[in-house]
Design a binder for this molecule. Structure first.
Ligand code: MG
Ligand code: FE
Length: 168
């Protein structure tokens, strides 16, 4: 199972890098949203969850000698100009940011499904428990965004008509 362990470790490091990226995306978005307090609050809640997710993944990596040492290299590869950031100058910024967040949550969901399968192959029950917990949080966030894309869009359109501070 040497190859499976290597793949598992690599996917785990990638997931950790993804959560570090999620932290900066959420912080950037929270810092810019002004007229959509519900969205802002939900993102603040998910930021707190995401910080715990990153710590939990770090703890799993730390179980393996040398598991953490590769993290810095990984983090460097994560593009700062990731999804969401590029859309921040757009007039419809809040709509674009909500779309980007929805897409991001789904790539997280995909990553944890892969990690759960790999951990199951390795009989790593401790890791499965962590991934299942995180997966539930990502699904809850994705569901919330799915329900609120409609509201954010309508609110944006309404405010844009009235020339209020619609874009964020
Ligand atoms: Mg996450
Ligand atoms: Fe997430």
């Amino acid at each position: 199972m040497t190859h499976a362990i290597d793949h598992f470790q690599a996917w785990l490091r990638e997931a950790h890098a993804m959560e570090i990226q999620a932290i900066s995306l959420l912080k950037a978005q929270i810092g810019r949203i002004e007229s959509y307090p519900e969205l802002r609050e939900r993102m603040e809640g998910h930021l707190a969850e995401t910080e715990e997710q990153a710590a939990a993944l770090h703890a799993l990596l730390a179980r393996t000698p040398g598991g953490v040492s590769l993290l810095r290299e990984m983090a460097g590869r994560v593009s700062a100009a990731a999804q969401g950031i590029g859309s921040m100058m757009a007039a419809d910024e809040v709509v674009k940011a909500t779309m980007a967040a929805y897409a991001f949550e789904h790539s997280e969901i995909a990553s944890y499904r892969v990690l759960i399968a790999a951990a199951d192959e390795l009989g790593d029950t401790e890791a499965i428990a962590v991934f299942e917990r995180i997966l539930a949080e990502e699904k809850a966030m994705a569901d919330w965004l799915a329900r609120h894309l409609d509201m954010v869009t309508r609110l944006y359109l309404m405010r844009d008509e009235r020339d209020l501070l619609a874009k964020r």
